[in-house]
Design a protein. Structure first.
Ligand code: ZN
Length: 326
């Protein structure tokens, strides 16, 4: 994410071209006065140069009429001021900031987390369809048949015994978040003691980049210890997720293990869409073990952050179901 963007404003003033080149950081970096009109008064060009130099030196368009300038100077100063105000207004509105966001940075979500929590476990999209919306993410499968990890375009299924399967393209998905991952920021992690410390470190980057977007993250490295869970496949009539997990959750502990944690950050104010804060799933380097992360201690790893400022949801397939009865 390029947070500093160059804004070019060009104005024509009295047959003379006038360019103000500035950055969002509100610094006058250069002001150019140019003429492509051979008829232009040489004294007029000289005036513009004097004004331009004064603007850069003062880091402001608020320069008084410059000594030695001609009558064109007031018009030029007025035009430069107008251009500068426009640049500042655009920067303040965030318009250019949004335009500078990487293309295709959209988080794709299947269902509201609340539908899963309340016990709606029917698949909504196929694995094949899901992969058209991202190469990285997390989720679960029909009947809550294990934890999903999507990494480098492959969908993995950490089933109840903690092992990894690669589901068929026809397998269906009741809940997931995926995106096409690109790295906006990285963070080196070393000796991070537990989940709380990891979340605190990750929050530092999110708060720096902007805490009101979803982020997909990948944390690749070595973990001193990691505790994950999966669960047994559910049968109808479905029970609410907390009831199902209370009986059917399975847990696994790994030590000194290499692998990748795929995680989602959901902003507080989007709590109606998903669970605010962090949600991590793990898969080991051999792609043989994995699950939903309950506890973690990082030895050495690098976290990569993908800010996803777009949001798209799969069409809801459960409008006729009374979730409260599940
Ligand atoms: Zn999970």
């Amino acid at each position: 994410m390029k947070r500093l963007i160059r804004v070019l404003a060009m104005l024509c003033v009295m047959a003379l071209g006038f360019c103000a080149l500035a950055e969002q950081s509100a610094t006058v970096t250069s002001v150019e006065a140019a003429s492509d009109n051979t008829e232009a008064d040489e004294r007029g060009v000289e005036s513009l140069k004097l004004i331009a130099d004064a603007m850069v030196e003062k880091n402001s368009v608020n320069v008084d009429t410059v000594s030695g300038a001609t009558g064109t100077s007031n018009a030029v100063i007025a035009a430069a001021t107008q251009a500068w105000l426009q640049i500042q207004a655009e920067a303040a509105s965030g318009e250019d900031w949004m335009e500078a966001a990487p293309a295709g940075d959209t988080l794709y979500q299947v269902a509201l987390l609340q539908s899963l929590v309340q016990g709606y476990y029917d698949g909504i999209v196929t694995v094949e369809e899901l992969k058209q919306h991202g190469d990285t993410g997390i989720g679960t499968f029909e009947d809550v048949n294990g934890e999903m990890i999507v990494l480098d375009g492959t969908v993995y299924q950490a089933v109840a015994d903690g092992s990894i399967a690669v589901p068929s393209e026809d397998e269906t998905v009741p809940f997931s978040n995926v995106t096409f991952f690109d790295v906006d920021e990285t963070l080196a992690l070393s000796g991070v003691a537990d989940m709380a410390a990891l979340q605190e470190a990750m929050n530092g980057v999110v708060n720096e980049l902007g805490a009101n977007c979803f982020y997909m993250v990948k944390i690749e490295g070595t973990f001193d210890s990691i505790k994950v869970r999966s669960e047994y496949k559910q049968e109808k009539p479905y029970r609410a997720l907390d009831v199902a997990l209370a009986e059917d959750q399975t847990e696994f502990d790994y030590e000194d293990v290499r692998g990748t944690v795929v995680g989602l950050y959901c902003p507080d104010y989007m709590g109606g869409l998903n669970t605010p804060g962090w949600h991590f799933h793990f898969i080991n380097e051999d792609r043989t073990r994995g699950g939903h992360v309950l506890q973690i201690s990082v030895k050495e790893a690098e976290a990569a952050f993908d800010m996803t400022d777009g949001f798209e949801m799969a069409p809801l397939k459960n409008p006729v179901v009374d979730l409260k009865k599940h």
